[in-house]
Design a protein around this ligand. Structure first.
Ligand code: SAH
Ligand code: SF4
Ligand code: F3S
Length: 445
């Protein structure tokens, strides 16, 4: 490859936007690029390859991509060998792809979410001067055994199910990631076993809806069965997962979470809205009461549970009353934290064509109110930790201080003064101080 013929080593700059699926895809791309002899750089100026792994779930991040990539035109003029690539979810949408092709003529390489394993060939063609555009509409199956360069050597993301077939009326993901495809249990189990033998202690199982795991497999093997098997793997001490769809959250999973020791007491359970009418038009497949009953069951079975959620304000037709219903639900559940979003119309989704789109000022006013309420609740929940002893998996040091930090099983960050050599270990910490989303503590063991 001509990049590699230059003096020194070829360098790539990779920017990742969006969810953990994208983060994990980026880890695969880093693995592939390393195998090709590329080295990573954080400086766009010195890169031979600039790659943006994009998200299109909302409009704002999408805008940013056009801004950033537009600005790279000058770099390309200085260095004609520079390859600029866009991949991920944006190119999966045909309208967006056309825009990239037409508005960003200096982009040399465009591919999608289904053909990441083709990167070596696509890149080679781009490096030799061709403008390469290859996006697949559907996956042709799951490609196993791609190289992965994980961004961390203690905690790993592991995909268990790809795609989403829920078609929530506001969401673009089913169009960019294709239908649900579960990985075979043996592939997941052997990946996690290999991670354990490399020294990883924590895994986060990934999917847009992990609770649907196994539905498409030929043998009866569901998400709970998977958790039970992974719980046996020696060396792995914590198992997390995201995201769970409330509709598919079965009692069996609640029991499994309660009974299997490595499965952490944290559940990310996006509710989106507290109004029955909005939930129905979102096509979420559950009611407010169903969700609250589910939360009750989870709290009873797992008393230490920390619940987190995603919320959308300003969905088409959302009335003041609907919004108040969301606020009330938030109060009733008591989420440790919430990702709050302003509804963003996505072309090609049913909600974008619904009447009564909400004016921007109303959406903003609602999100501010929601954030205010949620912050107060988060702060209250954090205060309850003060004085408690918690198990922390130490995962990082804090620059320019004697502090190290890690997370509780409930996924709350705690920092405390300690030796950097504690990174990678499980310690007991007494919580001394609460902040809005994190805690401070004192090392006990
Ligand atoms: N599969 C996950 C969520 C994936 S997208 C789930 O269903 O739980 C992450 C979050 O982005 C969603 O939960 C939703 O809150 C938000 N989101 C998705 N589409 C959106 C849109 N068009 N406008 C605003 N927020 C959106
Ligand atoms: Fe989007 Fe709904 Fe699928 Fe989540 S479950 S990715 S919100 S369609
Ligand atoms: Fe975004 Fe694609 Fe994830 S649209 S949220 S990066 S699946």
């Amino acid at each position: 490859m001509s990049h590699l013929l230059k003096a020194g080593v070829a360098k790539f700059y990779l920017k990742t936007m969006g969810c953990q699926m994208n983060e994990h895809d980026s880890e695969v791309m880093v693995g592939i690029l390393r195998n090709l002899g590329y080295e990573r750089t954080d400086e766009v100026e010195e890169a031979d390859l600039i790659l943006y792994n994009t998200c299109c779930v909302r409009e704002n991040p999408e805008r940013k991509v056009y801004g950033h990539i537009g600005a790279f035109k000058a770099l390309k003029e200085k260095n004609p060998n520079l390859v600029i690539g866009i991949c991920g979810c944006m190119p999966q949408q045909s309208d967006e792809r056309e825009q990239i092709i037409n508005k960003l003529p200096h982009v040399d390489l465009i591919f999608g979410t289904h053909n990441i394993h083709r990167l070596p060939e696509l890149l080679e063609r781009a490096v030799s001067g061709e403008r390469v555009i290859e996006v697949w509409d559907e996956s042709t199956g799951i490609v196993e055994d791609l190289p992965v360069q994980r961004s961390n050597n203690l905690k790993a993301f592991v995909n268990i199910i790809y795609g989403c077939t829920n078609f929530c009326s506001y969401c673009i993901v089913p169009y960019t990631r294709g239908r649900e495809r579960s990985r075979l249990p043996e592939h997941i189990i052997s990946e996690v076993s290999a991670l354990a033998s490399e020294g990883f202690k924590e895994v986060t199982l990934l999917g847009q809806n992990v609770n649907a795991y196994g539905k498409d497999l030929e043998t009866a093997f569901d998400f709970s069965d998977l958790l039970m098997r992974l719980n046996e793997i020696e060396g792995i001490q914590r198992i997390r997962f995201t995201t769970s769809h409330p509709r598919d959250m079965k009692d069996k999973l609640i029991t499994t979470m309660a009974e299997y020791s490595k499965v952490c007491e944290h559940l990310h359970l996006p509710v989106q809205s507290g109004s029955n009418d909005v939930l129905r038009r979102m096509n979420r497949g559950y009611t407010r009461k169903y969700y609250l009953d589910l939360v009750d069951k989870v709290k009873k079975a797992i008393p230490d549970i920390s619940l987190t959620t995603d919320l959308i304000v300003g969905f088409p037709g959302e009335s003041d009353q609907d919004f108040e219903d969301t606020l009330r639900l938030v109060e009733e559940v008591g989420f440790s934290s919430a990702f709050t979003f302003i509804y963003s119309p996505r072309k090609g989704t049913p909600a974008a064509k619904m009447p009564n789109q909400i004016p921007e000022e109303v959406k903003k006013e609602r999100i501010y109110r929601l954030i205010e309420v949620q912050n107060r609740i988060s702060a209250d929940i954090m205060k309850k930790y003060v004085g408690k002893e918690v198990e922390i998996f130490v995962d990082s040091t804090q620059p320019e201080s004697d502090l190290v930090s890690g997370r509780t099983r409930t996924n709350i960050q705690v920092s405390f003064s300690g030796n950097p050599q504690l990174v990678g270990q499980f310690v007991t910490v007494k919580v001394t101080e609460a902040q809005t989303w994190s805690l401070k503590g004192k090392l006990l063991s």
